[in-house]
Design a binder for this molecule. Structure first.
Ligand code: TYD
Ligand code: MG
Length: 466
């Protein structure tokens, strides 16, 4: 087994052996040493090192524990969480209003996307009303200072600790007693309790669990910065997402200046909001009216481009979808950037079966402009119209938009809050729309011609006639 992570461990490190246990991430079974295969469920490569409970385990504690009073739900007073705004409006929007006492936020994203920048700005803004601590494991204090000068935060009162030892950090948090603490990043920390390297699943999980415990115990709100693996998941797999209260992801193309922060889990608020920022030479600036930032500017309409009106949280966003359909080899490729690839394959099958448009000998590539990730099914119709446009080599008309979900039977289903989407498009000067019948406006919208369709073949027919 070449993947064995700890070659030296079991033979000559008896101390580590006593303190740690290997737990199967599939079945929860345990083993005192690392094995390639779980002895309980026989799954391969699932044993992960964790800190072992001292003593003879649960039963001894159970025997000593007394039963606790249980309350009736109706009698428990439901108090809303008190939130402290960070001072960055777009960040507060995704957080559901601000930081919550004892709340733990995990913020993930590609390297260089702006996590440290955003958090330094937030920490600085919060330092005016709260006691804050910025723990950096990636940069030295001098580097953080340089960044803060660049951000124009000279003279900031933020307390900084450059450290990667978890125990030392916990002791400092106890001594400093901050109300808000940033850990940049969780992958650089290591706990003395474990023998595995910083950044390993075991270390990341243990450090996050300990920090979360400290946050809950002391009421200090924490933000953990996490790196994203090549597969797009937060490293230290999804284990962290269960431990923390809120998970935010940074999205966007590092080559363009716009960044989205999306909540994918939030125990303290809604998860459908996004925060939009622009990276400037003075850090991240919130974009309060982002509807048109993901449109590319073509002088003349080009084939294979269709503008989608998508809804992100409370705000409609216009995003250009691009498709390229080109003669492929014996096994044509389907690639998508920013949209789901499986859904693309399904849509191509629907297009073939119900509208008679075949792409089975073609490579199909689709891309959502600006690095934005679109997960709502209302993108279906725009994806198919972009593909059809590329296949025909004919652009869609100037000022064209579309949205609507396409089902396996070829039906076009309505998207939520269609009127709002259409109004936003009209406001930005779009003039032709193909939308599901149920989304057609009752009163005409000035400047916008709306074609209502029930089926994908109707939509294709409308396009051919335009
Ligand atoms: P950073 O916050 O270090 O990214 P992360 O912590 O997510 O890895 O972002 C660094 C990038 O942002 C870097 O490429 C430079 C750019 N940047 C600006 O454009 N303007 C600025 O004011 C700052 C501080 C960084
Ligand atoms: Mg960083």
């Amino acid at each position: 087994m070449s993947a064995r992570p700890l070659p030296q461990d079991t033979d000559n490190a008896p101390m580590a052996k006593e303190k740690t246990l290997f737990i199967c991430s599939d079945c929860g079974g345990s083993s005192p040493k690392w094995l390639g295969r779980c002895p309980q469920c026989s799954a391969w490569n699932t044993l992960v090192e964790t800190a072992a409970d001292t003593g003879s385990g649960k039963n001894r504690f159970q025997a000593l524990a007394r039963s606790q009073p249980v309350a009736t739900l109706a009698d428990i007073e439901a108090s809303d969480f008190e939130r402290t705004p960070t001072g960055l409006e777009e960040l507060d929007r995704v957080l559901g209003g601000g930081i919550v006492e004892g709340g733990v936020v995990l913020i993930g994203g590609d390297p260089g996307i702006g996590k440290s920048t955003l958090l330094l700005q937030a920490v600085d803004a919060l330092s005016r009303q709260l006691k804050v601590l910025y723990v950096t494991g990636e940069e030295s204090g001098a580097q953080v200072a340089m960044r803060s000068r660049r951000l124009g935060l000279a003279g900031t009162q933020v307390r900084v600790l450059a450290e990667i030892g978890l125990e030392k950090i916990l002791a400092t948090i106890e001594a400093e007693a901050p109300t808000f603490c940033v850990i940049d990043s969780i992958q650089t920390l290591y706990s003395e309790q474990l023998s595995s390297a910083p950044g390993s699943v075991a270390q990341v999980r243990e450090c996050a669990a300990q920090l979360t415990r400290t946050a809950k115990g002391s009421g200090c709100a924490m933000v953990l910065v996490g790196h994203v693996t090549k597969e797009g998941a937060l490293a230290g797999p999804r284990v962290l997402e269960h431990i923390v209260d809120t998970v935010l992801y940074f999205e966007g193309d590092t080559h363009s200046s716009f960044r989205l922060v999306r909540a994918i889990k939030n125990r303290f608020g809604a998860v459908n909001e996004i925060g939009v920022f622009a990276m400037t030479d003075k850090g991240l600036k919130g974009v309060s009216n982002p509807s048109a930032i993901f449109l590319s500017t073509h002088g003349e309409p080009v084939p294979g481009s269709c503008v989608l009106v998508t809804l992100e949280g409370s705000r409609p966003l216009l995003v250009e979808l691009q498709a390229l359909v080109d003669g492929g080899g014996p096994s044509p490729r389907r690639l998508s950037v920013g949209l789901e690839r499986d859904r693309l394959a399904m849509l191509l099958a629907v297009l073939h079966r119900h509208a008679g448009v075949a792409t089975n000998d073609q490579d199909v590539f689709i891309n959502a402009v600006g690095g934005v990730r679109i997960s709502e099914p209302a993108a279906d119709l725009a994806v198919l119209l972009a593909i059809q446009s590329s296949l025909r080599g004919k652009p869609l008309p100037r000022g064209f938009i579309a949205f609507g979900e396409v089902g396996l039977a070829g039906e076009v289903r309505p998207a939520p809050r269609g009127q709002e989407r259409l109004k936003e498009a009209a406001k930005l000067g779009f003039s032709v729309a193909v939308v599901p019948t149920a989304n057609a406006p009752k009163k005409p919208i000035e400047g916008l011609t709306v074609h209502a369709v029930d089926r994908i073949e109707d939509a294709i027919a409308v396009i051919r006639g335009l």
